[in-house]
Write a protein that binds this ligand. Structure first.
Ligand code: SF4
Length: 309
């Protein structure tokens, strides 16, 4: 049996902590948001990273912060400005949520991001992971930030098999070294992203190999294969999300005071639209308007759309 099991002994906890942190000291990724201590900048990076890859966020993050360096600057911006600055990041609703959050922080919290988890959860678009990451990185709470990479590492290392969210969280919480949660969470994220990866964990050169439950039960290599088959993504091109993104991209190219007819927009998306497509584009535009991503008006019976103000 491995040295560690579901109830990690204290000796294993401290050994894992020091080995992971030693690994991180040498192998940490250089990312522009690392070392940030401004809660606003941390919130921006965490919202961007929710659904966009590290490389793309790294290319866009400083540009966004240059455009909107503070909660006040973001809150004062118009929606179309925020959507333009978000270009290239995808999942545009996050830009709307971030903009709404900035306005709430300025209006209700004097421009300071609250450190109370209950208040953070009330901000649009912040789920349990993002709140935990903010608590750790901005406010030094000793909490685990369980993103996909961190979950995988802890599950393999401590259990070697799938466990419930509650079990995983309890073990992850015990593993956080007091006073070093920011380094710890970032270390596990990097370790999962570059060493204990989903499909090709580097077990032979792993500093945790003699402590790892998955390696002992030989599941580290079996699990990713099964997961790969189970998680085959839906095709993106032609999906509803694809067309939502295409519409917002076209609107971004227009001056905010200029609108385009739904008909012209449809013809720019589909070369030979059918009557069903006319209904489809109207539905899509109304959905985008409800999400704060478009402004839809009817002028002389014609549906017209622009960036939201
Ligand atoms: S031994 Fe392999 S599965 Fe275990 S933590 Fe290291 S890389 Fe991951």
């Amino acid at each position: 049996m491995s040295q560690i099991d579901d109830a990690l002994p204290l000796s294993a906890l401290s050994e894992i902590q020091s080995r992971v942190l030693d690994w991180y000291a040498v192998n940490r990724r250089k990312l522009p948001w690392r070392g940030a201590n401004d809660p606003y900048a941390i919130l921006v990076s965490e919202v961007m990273l929710q659904q966009t890859g590290v490389e793309r966020v790294a290319a866009m993050y400083e540009h966004f912060l240059d455009a909107f360096p503070t909660f006040e600057a973001l809150a004062a911006a118009e929606r179309w400005q925020v959507l333009r600055a978000w270009a290239g990041l995808g999942y545009n609703r996050r830009a709307v949520h971030l903009h709404q959050s900035a306005r709430i922080v300025v209006r209700d919290h004097g421009g300071k991001l609250p450190s109370d988890p209950t208040l953070l959860r009330r901000l649009p678009g912040l789920g349990p992971y993002t709140v935990a990451a903010i608590l750790s990185f901005a406010f030094q709470y000793d909490v685990p930030a369980l993103d996909t990479n961190v979950r995988r590492v802890i599950e393999r290392l401590a259990f070697g098999r799938p466990v419930s969210d509650a079990t995983l969280k309890a073990t992850a919480t015990r593993l956080v070294p007091a006073g070093r949660s920011a380094d710890w969470n970032q270390a596990l994220m990097d370790f999962g992203a570059t060493h204990c990866t989903a499909t090709n964990p580097r077990c032979p050169s792993c500093p945790l190999a003699d402590l790892c439950a998955a390696l002992e039960s030989d599941r580290a290599r079996a699990a990713p294969t099964a997961k790969k088959v189970a998680e085959r993504p839906e095709p993106y091109r032609g999906s509803r999300r694809f067309y939502r993104g295409q519409i917002v991209a076209r609107l971004r190219d227009l001056s905010p005071e200029i609108s385009i007819s739904a008909d012209d927009l449809l013809r720019s998306l589909k070369a030979d639209p059918t009557p069903a497509d006319v209904h489809w584009i109207e539905e899509l535009l109304n959905e985008l308007a409800a999400d704060g991503l478009a402004q839809v008006t009817r002028v002389n019976g014609e549906l017209r759309v622009s960036l939201p103000r």
